[in-house]
Structures are given as C-alpha cells and as structure tokens.
Write a protein that binds this ligand. Structure first.
Ligand code: ADP
Length: 191
C-alpha cells in the first residue's frame, strides 16, 4: 500500500501523517523531516538544501528523488508507505511512478488536505513562535505558497489523470476532527 498525504504548507500533513501511521500501520516518510535532519547534521545534502529551504524554495528534483529512491525499499518492506511532502512536482510524481513500477507497485491513494490560505499563513506564523523553523518567516511562507501554486498543485491533476483516487478532505478543525475525515477517506481508498 502506497499513500500520499498532500496539501499546502501548514495544512497539517505531518500531524495527520503521524496519526495515519499509527492507525493504518503505514511507514511515514517525510521528505521535509529527512532534509531538516540532513541540515541539522551538516551533511553535504544538508549544506546544499539548507539555504534553499530557508528561502522557501523547492530543492532540485534530482536531489529529492535520490533521497526517496534510497529510502523507499526499506519503507516498502513493511505493510505500506505514507509519503508526506513528496511528490511536490509533476517530475517527482513521474520519477516515483517509474521507481514503483520497477517493483510492480503504484500509488494507491492520495489524501489532499484543504485549508483556506489566510488560515495557513496564521498557522505557520504561530508555529514560527513555537518551533522556530527557519522557513516560517513571512517572506519564506509567501514563497512556499507561491511554489505550491506554481509547481505542486499540478500533482493532483497528474494523479487524477492517471486513475489514482484523490480524496479531498477539509483540514479545518481540531487535529482529531480532521483525522476522523482522513480516516474515512483512507478506508474508502484503500479497500
Ligand atoms: P511544508 O509543507 O510546511 O512546506 P515540508 O517539511 O514538507 O514543509 O518541507 C519543507 C521544505 O523542504 C520545503 O519548502 C522544500 O524546501 C523542502 N522540500 C521538502 N520536500 C521536498 C520535495 N519533495 N521537493 C523539493 N523540496 C522539498
């Protein structure tokens, strides 16, 4: 089982992914978390990605595709994988399809979280005070929203056109309320 949790910055992908991981026993693979750990450890990848991330831009497709290619086999060895933050461009989605088809696998479902943009910005500015993430400045947030509309949104059309079920779920409300909707969407998609 391969699922994707999808949505703009601040939509709660990471929060919902952790709940899905528990409830459905899927392995959570977050490219944002992987990159932040590379940055924290000062690895060559972290050195390349850190500045790009802090500006709110996307790291190059090749770099992120290589990371996922390296991690996917181990994650796939379990009952399934939940991708968070990937794919974020149509090129990444195509690369993922190629990787999976080598093993006779495919993306089984996409859950897309919908949250109005004004609330997203409020959430991210609030998180800036709590967590101090380098890319939660007003400028970087604007750039991340811009990249989302310019490059990432199109990934949903890509999946719809390729016959992958895309379930849109409102991401507004308490995390457990949102999770009730997400759970229903995953259950419908994964039968
Ligand atoms: P958010 O969805 O809140 O922006 P993430 O943790 O998913 O947070 O990603 C943080 C940053 O990491 C992105 O703005 C981008 O710079 C980088 N990143 C993560 N995943 C990808 C990806 N698949 N492709 C390109 N860049 C990525």
């Amino acid at each position: 089982m391969i699922g994707v949790i999808f949505g703009p910055p601040g939509s709660g992908k990471g929060t919902q992914a952790a709940k899905i991981e528990n409830a459905f026993r899927l392995k959570h693979l977050s490219t944002g978390d992987i990159l932040r750990s590379e940055v924290a450890r000062g690895t060559p990848i972290g050195k390349e990605a850190g500045r790009i991330m802090a500006a709110g831009d996307l790291v190059p497709d090749e770099l992120i595709v290589d990371i996922v290619r390296g991690r996917l086999p181990e994650a796939e060895a379990g009952e399934g994988v939940l991708l968070d933050g990937f794919p974020r461009t149509v090129g990444q989605a195509q690369a993922l399809d190629n990787m999976l088809s080598e093993e006779g696998h495919k993306v089984d479902f996409v859950i897309a979280l919908d949250v109005p943009e004004a609330e997203l910005v409020d959430r991210l500015l609030h998180r800036a005070q709590v967590e101090g993430r380098a890319d939660d400045t007003r400028e970087a947030i604007e750039e991340r929203m811009h990249e989302y509309h310019k490059l990432t949104e199109a990934v949903l059309d890509y999946y719809s056109r390729h016959g992958v079920p895309v379930k849109r779920v409102s991401g507004v409300g308490r995390p457990d309320e949102v999770f009730e909707r997400v759970k229903r969407a995953v259950s419908i998609s994964s039968v």
